[in-house]
Every structure is written in structure tokens, then in C-alpha cells.
Design a protein around this ligand. Structure first.
Ligand code: C2E
Ligand code: CA
Ligand code: CA
Length: 708
């Protein structure tokens, strides 16, 4: 039912109607009561006294007749006169009563007694005539019961009786009227009360239907909503009254609650995602460093209670960087994901496997005390085997290995940080020992590392103080044994440790990012030293592979040469093959730029690395330096001799001059000369020496013309 009136209006209407009905009923009842009262008053005040008057009149007329009869029978005149005076009393009383009657009934009934008066007048006239006769001496009748008098008296009384009957009937009518009014009023009151009751019932039903019922439904919907039922619909939404407004407000509330819930759900989902992101490495899906640390903390706490032993396996991929650099990051990512899944498989789900960053993974193992080492050994072997399995990534087959460092609690560390550090140290040892293997942490490794750290400190100071300086090893032309130049070899005389070999401090310089500083410092010193030497004497500078990745490298060299006034044509750069592998494109650019400047480039340690004819041809080296390991083993190993021979003929076919390193004895020198090697270097000609010694050697050489 669609309601157009507001509930307030409706309720006001109902109440007003009810009040009107009740008031109407009261007014009607009062009016009827007044009517009944006036009717009963008429009966009481009018008809009853008039009747009484009429009866009194009747009595008086009868008394008058009696006195007339007594007069007629009276024995003497005196008695007759006494009786006549009584009769006169009656006559006066009759006159008074007639007046009383007129007064009681009022104007309207003034003529009621006219027939009576007519008869009475006639009767009294006859009486007066009779009494007059007696006075005039006529004989008294023995009785006044003669027929004329009797008839007049009778008709007078009759007319009175008729009036009494009329009045009686009128009084009865009035009483009947009052009874009728009471009856009618009762009926009407009953009818109205019934109607009012029905109206009240109707109002109650309406209130129930329109107010309490819908309110109950809305309340129920509200509690449904509060109970989590979001599909709950409110009834009465189409009404235009207060309930409709309430239903609409509820619907808005429901929509808001729904929106709020959705927003809450979205926030929760975002929170969960953020939490997952915060806990997991997004690429491999493995737990991240934070989670790993949390787990390790708990494992260490348990181990410290003595019930278990926990170990950390630090797994670091070997030579992952070249894969990333040469085959691209997508392949690198695939490799990492594959390694992650293999690690997860290998550990058998009982331990934590996490990616700590880059190509570094870690596993936490917790086991019973007696079996621990056995389990760890088995897992380490399993992990190495799993990673060794070639990986097919984006159409290319990648072979990779890992180095694992293992540290345990109790024993190697009492907290996650120190345990992880110990595993890290062991992992570096595994790498240093050739990679693709695992090492358990030992205290000596830590000491070594500490030694390394102090060496690094010392290196910084030494480099800043210019304590690392170039020494010069002669480079000799094999045909005439003349010195055509020197290779600069860095030397560090440590105050405590003595001479520190470049094999030790060059990696430190690279690791500390100071290799550039070292190279420039040596080059500057060499430029200054070489100025005192004959103009055509060359100097060869060793360049670290890292430096070839820097496209600005040639400009920096040129700047130094310009500053020092050293001609580029006198400088040779020695690079190893590994330098070419990591970033071939930049290396190509750098080499080309060096050549443009006029600097010569030699390929150092040829034969030890990743030899490729492509490199030789494409990069247009000026010289090839045959690694000293082949040269030195020539007298002992015919294989080496063959290798050297092969290198020499390869270089010849490419039109590249060759330098043999590590010549220590004259036989090898003779052999190499016979095999057609162009240049030589080695202790036979001289070890790396100071600039002064080099100058002296050059002088001596100039004098002798020949070396040694
Ligand atoms: P390298 O470039 O192959 O240098 C030649 C190495 O062979 C030098 O060792 C030299 O002393 C040694 N040697 C030369 N002739 C003989 C010989 O007849 N017998 C033997 N047993 N050894 C001989 P050193 O000075 O210890 O240098 C080692 C390596 O350190 C060098 O190998 C080079 O790669 C690197 N290096 C040295 N100085 C520098 C530098 O200033 N910068 C860079 N980046 N690397 C340097
Ligand atoms: Ca060299
Ligand atoms: Ca070399």
C-alpha cells in the first residue's frame, strides 16, 4: 500500500477523528439528557399538578353538589345559611382552582376548561336560581335532586372527567416520549460506541500495518546487517512517509556499510599483499632476508637451549655475473628462479630457504645433535649436484655452480649476525678453493679475514701515501736482444709484512674500487720515470678487467699523458682475456679509442683464459703475450712446447707479433728464438726493478748493446 500522507499527519487525523467522535457522542448524549429532563419536568411540573387541580375541582364540584343536597335537607334556615356559606366556599375554591390550572398549564392550555366552565356556569345559574327562589319565598324542594340540576351537575363533572382523561393521555404521551428518547438515545449511543470501537480497532490495525510492522521489519533488517548479512533488503522503501524515509536512510546506511566493507576488504588485501611482498622475494617467491633473519633467530634460540643444532648454508652462485652480462638479465632472472626451485626441492620443505639478494641464497637446517653433521653434508652435496644440472633458459643452456659456506650454532656463532658472517666467510673460502664446493667454517678463516681487513686498511693508507710504486721489468727484442721497453709492475713494500705481491693487493684494489687510483698513480710515476729514458723506450701498463668496462677510460689515460707530456705511442696497455668477456661491446669501444689515440694494446696471459679467434681478429691487438706457465714448462713438458708453437704460428697467420713471458734460462730463450718468437720477458733479462735500476740497465745496455 502506497501511503501519501506522513505518519504524523495520519496519526493526527486518526486522533482528531476519534476525539470528534467521542465529543460528538458526549454532546449528543447531553442534548438528549436535556430533552429527557424537560419532558420529565413537564410531566412533573405541568401534568401532575394540573391533574391534581382537576381532581380537586372534581372534589369541590362534588362537595358543592353535596352541600346543595344538604341545604335542601336542612331543617332550618340557619342551617341552610350555614350550608349555603360552605357552598360559597366551594364556589370560590373552584374559581381559585380554575386559576391554578391555567397557571399550571400556561397560556396554551387556557381554553382547556372552557367546556367545564360552560357546564358549571349553567349548573351554578340553576343553583343560584334555586337559592333565589328560596329567598323570594318559593317552596324548597324537598331535595335538589331534580333531574335538571342533577343533569347539569353530572355534565359538569363529566366535562371535568373528560378533561382529566385528556390530560392523563397527554401526560402519558409525554412519559412515552421521554421513554422513546431514552430508548433512541441508548440505541444511538450504542451504535456510535460500536462504531467508535470499530474505528479504534481500525486505527490499531493501521498503526500495526503502517508503523509497528514496518518498524519491526526495518529493525530486523538492521540486526541482519549488523550480523553480517549484506544482502538484506529493507521493505517499505517506496513509501513517502517517515517509514519510507527511514527505509531509505537504512538503505543508504546499508550501501555505506557495503562500501565500507569493500574498502576494508581492499585495504586488507593490499595489506596482505604488502605483507607478502615484505616477506617474500618477488622474483623467486622465496622468503626474503627479513624472514630469514626471523627464522634464524628462533632456530638459534632453540639451539642455545641445547636440544638442537642449527646450521646456515650460505649458497652463492659462481660466475653468475657473466651470465647476466653476456646473456642478458631475463636469462639471469630465469636462472635465479630455477636455482630457487631446485633449492626448495633439495631441502625437502623442512627448513627455511631464502634469497638474501643477488645470487645469494641461504638455508637454515635444524636437526638432532648426533645426526647433524651428516644431514648437513648430505644437503650440501645435494644442493651442489642440483645446481650443477644445466639450466635451459630462453633457448640457451646455462651451466652454473655454487659455493657453499656452512656455519653452525652452537660453535660458530651465538646470534644470527655472527652465524651468517661465519657462513659468509666459509663461502668465500669455498670460492677461493675453486668454487662448486662447500666449506665448514673454521676459526682460522675468520682470522684470515680479519688479516685481509687490516690489509685493506693498510692498502688505502699506502696508496694515499704513494707507497705503491711501479717497478720495471725489461721487454726485449729477441732478434738483437735489445731492450725496447719495460712492463710496469706495481710494488708495495709493507712496513710490517714486507713485500706484498700484486696478486694479493690488486684484487684488494679492485674490491675497494681503488684500482683506477692505483693505475693512474702508477702511470703518472712511469711517465715521469720514462722521460729520462731513450725516446723510443715503451712502457706497458697492466689494466684490470674492471677498468675496461668504463667507456671514459681512454679519455682519462689521454688526460694523464697530456698532463705528463708523454707521447701515447710510447704506451702499451696489457689486458687479459677475462676483461673482454664481461662486457665485450664496451671493451671493443675502449680498445678502438685507445688505438685512435695511438696507444698499443697487448693481449696478456694468452692461452690461460677463454681464447677466441674472434677476439683476436675482431679486437685487432698489437701483440700477444704468451703466458709464462707455458714458457716455463717447455723444458719439462713437450705439450707446452707444442702449445707455444701453435700460438706462435696462429699469431703469425694473424700477423700479430708475440711476446714470450717468463723466460728464465738461455735454452728456452734459444728455443723461442728458433721458433720465431718476436719479443721476450723474464728473469733471464731482469726482474722488475726500480726506475733508477732501469735507467742504469738502459745505460749499461746502450754501452754493451746487448743484454746479459
Ligand atoms: P703479469 O701481467 O703477467 O706480469 C708478469 C708477472 O710475471 C709479474 O709478476 C712478473 O714479476 C712475473 N715474471 C716475469 N718474468 C718472470 C720469470 O721469468 N719467472 C717468473 N717466475 N715470474 C716472472 P708480478 O709482478 O707478481 O705480477 C703479477 C700480476 O699482477 C701481473 O701479471 C699483473 O697481472 C698484475 N699486476 C702487476 N702490477 C699491476 C698493475 O700495476 N696493475 C694491474 N692491473 N695489474 C698488475
Ligand atoms: Ca702483464
Ligand atoms: Ca702476463
Amino acid at each position: 500500500m502506497r501511503s501519501t500522507l506522513s505518519l504524523r499527519a495520519l496519526l493526527t487525523l486518526f486522533t482528531t477523528a476519534f476525539v470528534v467522535i467521542v465529543l460528538g457522542l458526549a454532546v449528543y448524549a447531553s442534548l438528549r439528557l436535556v430533552e429527557i429532563q424537560s419532558t420529565t419536568a413537564a410531566v412533573g411540573k405541568k401534568w401532575l399538578p394540573s391533574m391534581q387541580t382537576l381532581y380537586q375541582l372534581d372534589d369541590r364540584v362534588t362537595e358543592f353538589r353535596m352541600s346543595e343536597i344538604y341545604r335542601a335537607l336542612a331543617p332550618d334556615q340557619k342551617t341552610k345559611d350555614q350550608i349555603e356559606s360552605m357552598a360559597d366556599d366551594h364556589r370560590r375554591a373552584i374559581e381559585y382552582l380554575e386559576d391554578d390550572y391555567a397557571t399550571a398549564l400556561g397560556q396554551s392550555h387556557g381554553s382547556d376548561l372552557d367546556p367545564f366552565r360552560l357546564q358549571l356556569t349553567a349548573y351554578l345559574a340553576l343553583h343560584d336560581a334555586w337559592t333565589g327562589d328560596r329567598a323570594s319565598g318559593a317552596a324548597d324542594m324537598p331535595a335538589r335532586n331534580d333531574s335538571a340540576s342533577e343533569r347539569l351537575f353530572q355534565s359538569t363533572v363529566d366535562s371535568l372527567d373528560r378533561q382529566i382523561d385528556r390530560n392523563k393521555s397527554e401526560a402519558r404521551t409525554a412519559v412515552n416520549d421521554a421513554a422513546q428518547i431514552v430508548h433512541n438515545t441508548l440505541l444511538i449511543m450504542l451504535a456510535i460506541s460500536g462504531a467508535a470501537t470499530l474505528f479504534a480497532i481500525w486505527i490499531l490495525v493501521c498503526v500495526r500495518q503502517k508503523i509497528t510492522g514496518p518498524l519491526g521489519a526495518i529493525t530486523q533488517a538492521l540486526s541482519g546487517l549488523a550480523g553480517g548479512n549484506r544482502d538484506v533488503r529493507v521493505p517499505e522503501i517506496n513509501r513517502s512517509d517517515e517509514i519510507g524515509d527511514m527505509a531509505k536512510a537504512f538503505d543508504v546506511f546499508r550501501a555505506n556499510a557495503l562500501a565500507l566493507e569493500h574498502a576494508h576488504e581492499a585495504t586488507q588485501a593490499a595489506q596482505e599483499q604488502a605483507q607478502a611482498l615484505a616477506r617474500h622475494d618477488p622474483m623467486t617467491g622465496l622468503p626474503n632476508r627479513r624472514v630469514f633473519f626471523g627464522d634464524l633467530e628462533s632456530a638459534v634460540a632453540r639451539a642455545k637451549q641445547g636440544s638442537t643444532i642449527c646450521s646456515v648454508l650460505m649458497v652463492d652462485l659462481d660466475r653468475f655475473k657473466p651470465i647476466n652480462d653476456l646473456q642478458g638479465h631475463p636469462v639471469g632472472d630465469l636462472v635465479l628462479c630455477e636455482v630457487a626451485s631446485r633449492l626448495r626441492e633439495a631441502e625437502g620443505k623442512n627448513h627455511t630457504v631464502a634469497r638474501l639478494g643477488g645470487d645469494e641464497f641461504a638455508i637454515i637446517i635444524e636437526t638432532d645433535v648426533p645426526t647433524h653433521r651428516e644431514v648437513v653434508l648430505r644437503l650440501a652435496g645435494k644442493v651442489l649436484t642440483a645446481i650443477r644440472e644445466p639450466i635451459t633458459a630462453a633457448a640457451s643452456r646455462v651451466e652454473i655452480s655454487a659455493s657453499i659456506g656452512i656455519a653452525s650454532c652452537p660453535g660458530d656463532g651465538d646470534d644470527p649476525e655472527s652465524l651468517l658472517r661465519a657462513a659468509d666467510i666459509a663461502m668465500y673460502r669455498a670460492k677461493r678453493d675453486g668454487s662448486d664446493t662447500f666449506r665448514f667454517f673454521e676459526q682460522s678463516m675468520d682470522e684470515e679475514l680479519r688479516g685481509q681487513a687490516s690489509l685493506e686498511m693498510d692498502f688505502r693508507t699506502a696508496l694515499a701515501a704513494g707507497e705503491i710504486e711501479p717497478h720495471y721489468q725489461p721487454l726485449v727484442d729477441m732478434r738483437d736482444r735489445s731492450i725496447y721497453g719495460f712492463e710496469m709492475l706495481a710494488r708495495w713494500q709493507h712496513a710490517v709484512r714486507g713485500s706484498v705481491p700484486p696478486d694479493v693487493f690488486i684484487p684488494i684494489a679492485e674490491h675497494l674500487g681503488l684500482i683506477g687510483d692505483l693505475t693512474w698513480s702508477i702511470l703518472r710515476r712511469a711517465c715521469q720515470d720514462a722521460k729520462q729514458w731513450p725516446e723510443n723506450t715503451t712502457v706497458a701498463l697492466n689494466v684490470s678487467p674492471i677498468q675496461l668496462r668504463d667507456a671514459a677510460f681512454p679519455t682519462q689515460i689521454l688526460a694523464i699523458l697530456n698532463q705528463e707530456g708523454f707521447p701515447p705511442a710510447r704506451l702499451e696497455i696489457e689486458i687479459t682475456e677475462t676483461a673482454l668477456i664481461s662486457d665485450i661491446e664496451t671493451a671493443k669501444l675502449v680498445l678502438r679509442a685507445l688505438k685512435v689515440i695511438g696507444i698499443k694494446v697487448s693481449l696478456d696471459d694468452f692461452g690461460t683464459g677463454y681464447s677466441s679467434l674472434y677476439h683476436l681478429r675482431e679486437l685487432k691487438f698489437d701483440k700477444i703475450k704468451i703466458d709464462r706457465s707455458f714458457v716455463q714448462s717447455m723444458p719439462l713438458n713437450s705439450e707446452s712446447e707444442k702449445i707455444v708453437d701453435a700460438i706462435l704460428s696462429l699469431a703469425k697467420s694473424l700477423g700479430l707479433p708475440t711476446v714470450a713471458e717468463g723466460i728464465e734460462d738461455p735454452d728456452v730463450l734459444g728455443q723461442l728464438t728458433a721458433m720465431g718468437c718476436d719479443f721476450g720477458q723474464g728473469y733471464y733479462f731482469g726482474k722488475a726493478m726500480t726506475a733508477e735500476k732501469a735507467s742504469e740497465l738502459l745505460c749499461k745496455h746502450k754501452n754493451d748493446e746487448l743484454v746479459a
